[in-house]
Design a protein around this ligand. Sequence first.
Ligand code: PMP
Length: 418
Amino acid sequence: MDELLRRHRDVMPSWMPIYYDEPIEIVTGKGARVTDSNGKSYLDFFAGVLTNSLGYDLDEVREAVERQLRTGIVHTSTLYLIRQQVELAEKIARHSGIPDARVFFTNSGTEANEAALQVATNARRSSTILAVRNSYHGRTAGTIAVTGNRAWSASALSPFTVSYLHSGDRLRGLFKGMSDERYLEAAAEDLREVLATTTAGAVACLIAEPIQGVGGFTHGPDGLLRVWKEILDEHGILLISDEVQTGWGRTGEHFWGYQAHGVTPDLLTFAKGIGNGFALAGVVGRQSVMEQVQGISFSTFGGNPVATAAGNAVLDYILDHDLQANAARTGAILLDGLRAAGSPIVVEVRGRGLMIGIELTSVAKTNAVFESCKRDGLLVGKGGLYGTTIRMGPPLNLTEEEAREGLEILTMALREHA
Ligand code: PMP
């Protein structure tokens, strides 16, 4: 591993972060478990940063992909008709909750958000955008511009004029210690004030994550998107819900994160979990908005035959096995168990379904718990604006037994570093 790490460092840029004091190379996987090049096995609660929605090597997904590969067509051109692409678009449109939905496929969440921003700025003939502090939306110039976390801003040059709203948890900042009711009032005041003070002319859209993923799984109260949308509607401003992490039933209570807020966005973006590892993402929007794009748009690989074959198998499996309910059930084991464990180094346990964040007292404690979990066979993520959050997004088909096993390792690690 030292040798591979040295070669990685010799050939790849230093701004690519690598996890762990002693980085690992994952070589095989089955279900919710992976094995590294030393033969050590781990329960994977980070699952490719929430991409491996069905874990590893699920028969249904592998067989769908193999069937496609056997046709000889890994890819031709997305300028031809692709049956499984159309089928997947129909299913996503049907389940999106957006009336008269149109679907455009891309290869990544970044491109999905870039496409949504293109649609919104075209529709409104404006390049002024509202975004949210502590957000993450991607790696292109446009999506970096709406990412409210300077550590992730590899470019300071913005193609948009962006104003940021307050958001997030109630541990610090504007909403510190506020009740739900007061939070929603303050968020409405904040939006009105931003519109009155830091924008001029038409505003195209607000882009927001229902639960901030990279930001540390922070979120406001239910109803926040509704409160925002009511004000946006007064001005004709579009709402984009970035569902890259919160989609496909991950939050347990709902299929999409926006549904906790009693409102329907104009556009939503999806990625990660729909491909179960294959590069598949996209944007869904009302036809009247989607059709406003000037000129044509195209993606060489977006919605390609292999990725959409996987996507159909993944979505069918999630729906047929009601994995949204499983996310609620197994997520509750983790959330309740972590809250009951009550450690002095835990500031807050938050999240929904199988999207769970543990806020710890310091960066050092976060790193220590993170390393101990790995030593004991559990992969988790870390992050948050202050680097003090342990983040977990296990496969949606996690079993109750696996949830308890992970909980045990986590609680031991929290105890060890208390
Ligand atoms: N939006 C959100 C909410 C994300 O979490 C991410 C990835 N972490 C992206 C967009 C970008 O997706 P990708 O890395 O597939 O470009």
